[in-house]
Write a protein that binds this ligand. Structure first.
Ligand SMILES: [Zn+2]
Length: 328
């Protein structure tokens, strides 16, 4: 028989373990403004407002200057030996994306590793600015789209009659949301999965001045150039340079690190041919949203599952975020 104290200690250590499994992980493809925390909803009911902001030039849907409810983005997760999340520059900038090209190259091999292809394929995620009505604080929240909050919210919005929920995000005529989360586990990580969303009238609306003070979420994205992405993909980004220096403890190594996949190298082919073939296929895939959705739905964990490298995000806010200090 265990004593009461032993039983309590045991429970405490289970709780501690659970907390640890919930820890947010990092190398995110955006910079968190100083003072803004990432929302990590615990299982249960939460009442929030989705806070709109003025879209910037990187917004994928809204025009610059429009009031935007959220910011969608496309990310390749766990790229390279350091498991970094990299924005897809094909989707965001219409530039050739080395990760998309690599995925296409893998798929051309006979008996390619389907798991690897899915893991490296880009995923759609949504970034929100929310206000948690239990503490009145503003938070950044990011979540998977397919089979998760984004898709659920869109379905819920469309369930309204005559567009009654269409403007849930509008600063001056929006709605509050009651979201219920349940705890789930995915590959050893615990996360809160949304199971229902209800719209409620807001107790208080926001002002135009408040709208204008909110951080532009698509302005937080950190894009890498094609050559930087290649270095990350193939583990050649160990030599510290430019912004990498600030974010990561430099661990210079002379030897080349392993390729990102356990598979043999693709057959060497003339470079020109590769690029042409690859671009063609990437475009085809874009014309097939269902396929992208499929990949994302099956594989995108609704939380961030990177390995913990550094506590980089809170320390790496940009210099020009003074105006965000005084939201309240
Ligand atoms: Zn890509």
């Amino acid at each position: 028989m265990r004593t009461k104290k032993e039983r309590m200690d045991r429970r405490r250590s289970v709780r501690k373990r659970k907390e640890k499994m919930r820890q947010p992980t990092n190398y995110k493809p955006y910079e968190l403004p100083e003072g803004l925390k990432v929302w990590d909803p615990k299982p249960g009911a939460h009442k929030i407002d989705i806070i709109s902001f003025i879209a910037g030039k990187n917004h994928l849907v809204c025009d610059e200057g429009e009031e935007a409810p959220d910011a969608s983005y496309f990310v390749h997760k766990n790229v390279g030996p350091k498991n970094k999340d990299i924005l897809c520059i094909h989707k965001h900038k219409d530039e050739p994306c080395p990760v998309c090209e690599y995925v296409q190259k893998l798929k051309q091999q006979p008996d390619y590793d389907d798991d690897l292809v899915r893991a490296l394929s880009r995923k759609r995620r949504e970034m929100y600015l929310i206000r948690d009505l239990s503490d009145g604080e503003y938070y950044l929240w990011e979540s998977a789209y397919y089979n998760s909050f984004g898709e659920m919210l869109e379905n819920r919005m469309n369930s309204g009659e005559e567009g009654e929920y269409d403007l849930y995000w509008a600063y001056d005529e929006g709605l509050s949301l009651r979201v219920i989360f349940e705890e789930k586990s995915f590959r050893g990580h615990l996360y809160s999965n949304p199971t229902s969303i209800d719209f409620k009238p807001r107790a208080k609306q926001y002002t135009e001045a408040q709208l204008k003070k909110q951080p532009c979420l698509d302005g937080l994205f950190t894009f890498k150039s094609a050559s930087e992405i290649e270095s990350i993909l193939f583990g050649e980004d160990d030599v510290p340079k430019q912004e990498e220096e600030e974010e990561e403890a430099p661990k210079p190594k002379k030897r080349r690190r392993r390729r990102p996949d356990p598979e043999p190298e693709p057959e060497p082919e003339p470079e020109k041919e590769e690029v042409e073939e690859v671009e063609e296929e990437v475009e085809d895939e874009d014309n097939d949203p269902d396929m992208a959705a499929e990949v994302a739905a099956e594989e995108d964990p609704p939380f961030d599952d990177d390995d913990d490298d550094e506590e980089a995000d809170s320390a790496s806010a940009s210099d020009d975020d003074d105006e965000w200090d005084d939201w309240d």
